[in-house]
Design a binder for this molecule. Structure first.
Ligand SMILES: Cc1ncc(COP(=O)(O)O)c(C=O)c1O
Length: 415
């Protein structure tokens, strides 16, 4: 055995989370060898998490006993409150959020739009939105659209793609004109973790509200929304929360802001006394007012068990394994891949590094295509980056070794 292979085996043997991997469909050798196309190494849990076997059973059971049997009666029996109940569970398990501040609905983009418009209305007379050039496209596109609708100015922070937005950069651009600051907590490219508590304070000192995009944070790094004093946070459920493709997203709105806010897409599911179907819209009390139309109940089913698992394991243990996984990749890249001209562009300081690592080489696009052809699944990000997402509950160190070793072999074959 080479040293990295040995180290992976040792890390797996010592891993307190190791037993959870088998709960995810497709992680056992029997399924891998009998199911054509099943990944041998999966590095995209930060893009689309693997499904839990329990979610498959839950969906079938849901179809038979809730949808199939109780039919419309289920709305009052279970479904009307599900977005808030599940939101509370996500809040408690992964966001450091007390109950009554998180809901599940829509997509990340739509929830971000609602939050941003509500925030701007709560800061009348202010004309600027602060954001950064390296934020995820949907965040940037949404703010461009909202700025055009509202005749507002976008104040762009030039983020270094290899790191991310710093507190000093935010301090330099916020002013008494700033209505809203929108940033990602973990950079989707480099995995740099922004200093959310400090930046939130800087936004508040300028009188602005802040929205954090936590799509790459939730279920991966420790988040303390209540303690940080965050106004809004939004994130998707299909990455580390393993809710499945297009799973409804979640939104956090700080309790004491909720009653002052009006969201822009007012629909009957977010109205007070929705079943009275009254003549005019009155928002429901609390976080429910951020719902618009009929809740995606089927889409929420696959989220229930992963959130339960995260709650059971606890974010500190998940984060501890995540740091070991990303460190293993960085050490492998430094020792084994660097002689092949591979560089690492994620932070080396584990305390400011999220759950993925980017390794760069001019041939990485070709490497990515070749690996996909043999069911080893990383992700390619321009320019020249191979993005390795390491979902702590479903990823083993040996799986990481297997994938990295193939990266080395493919790079050698391309020389
Ligand atoms: C940081 C970030 N924000 C938003 C999104 C996506 O938004 P939506 O769920 O609306 O497609 C992603 C998707 O990968 C993301 O990484």
């Amino acid at each position: 055995m080479t040293s990295f292979e040995t180290r992976a085996a040792q890390l797996d043997a010592a891993d307190p989370l190791a037993a959870h991997r088998a709960k995810f469909f497709g992680t056992d050798e029997a399924t891998q060898s009998s199911t054509p196309g099943m990944p041998l190494a999966y590095f995209d849990g930060n893009s689309l998490g693997r499904p839990l076997a329990a979610s498959m059973e839950r969906i079938e059971d849901f179809m038979r006993s809730e949808w199939g049997t109780r039919l419309i009666r289920s709305w009052e029996e279970k479904w009307v409150d599900l977005p808030l109940e599940l939101g509370d569970r996500i809040g408690a398990a992964a966001l450091g959020a007390a109950a009554g501040q998180t809901l599940v609905a829509d997509s990340t983009s739509v929830l971000m739009y609602k939050a941003a418009r509500a925030a701007l209305d709560a800061r009348p007379g202010r004309t600027e939105i602060v954001l950064d050039t390296d934020n995820f496209p949907t965040d940037r596109y949404l703010m461009e659209g909202i700025a055009a609708e509202r005749n507002m100015t976008l104040r762009w922070i030039e983020a270094d793609p290899a790191t991310g937005v710093t507190a000093d950069q935010v301090s330099e651009v916020v002013s008494d004109k700033t209505a809203l600051v929108l940033l990602s907590h973990v950079s989707y490219r480099s995995a740099f973790i922004a200093d959310a508590p400090t930046i939130t304070r800087i936004a508040h000192d300028a009188g602005a509200l802040i929205i954090w995009d936590l799509s790459h944070s939730v279920g991966s790094v420790v988040v303390e929304l209540d303690a940080w004093g965050v106004d809004f946070a939004v994130g998707c459920s299909y990455k580390y929360l393993c809710g499945g493709p297009g799973a409804p997203a979640w939104l956090y709105v700080r309790k004491d802001l909720q009653e002052q806010l009006r969201q822009p897409i007012q629909g009957w599911f977010g109205a007070k006394d929705m079943f009275l179907m009254g003549p005019g819209y009155q928002p429901a009390a609390g976080i429910r007012r951020f719902i618009t139309g009929t809740s995606p109940v089927l889409g929420m089913q696959a989220l229930i068990d992963p959130v339960e698992l995260i709650s059971e394991v606890g974010m500190p243990a998940i984060r501890a394994k995540s740091q070991l996984l990303t460190q293993y990749v960085i050490d492998f890249a430094d020792e084994v891949l660097a002689p092949l001209n591979v560089t690492v562009s994620s932070p080396r300081d584990a305390s400011i590094r999220g759950g993925h690592v980017i390794v760069n080489h001019p041939d990485m696009q070709e490497v990515n295509s070749r690996l996909w052809a043999e069911d080893i699944i990383p992700d390619y990000r321009d320019p020249h980056g191979l993005r390795l997402g390491l979902s702590p509950l479903s990823t083993s160190f040996s799986e990481v070794y297997l994938g990295l070793e193939r990266v080395r072999e493919v790079l050698l074959s391309l020389r």
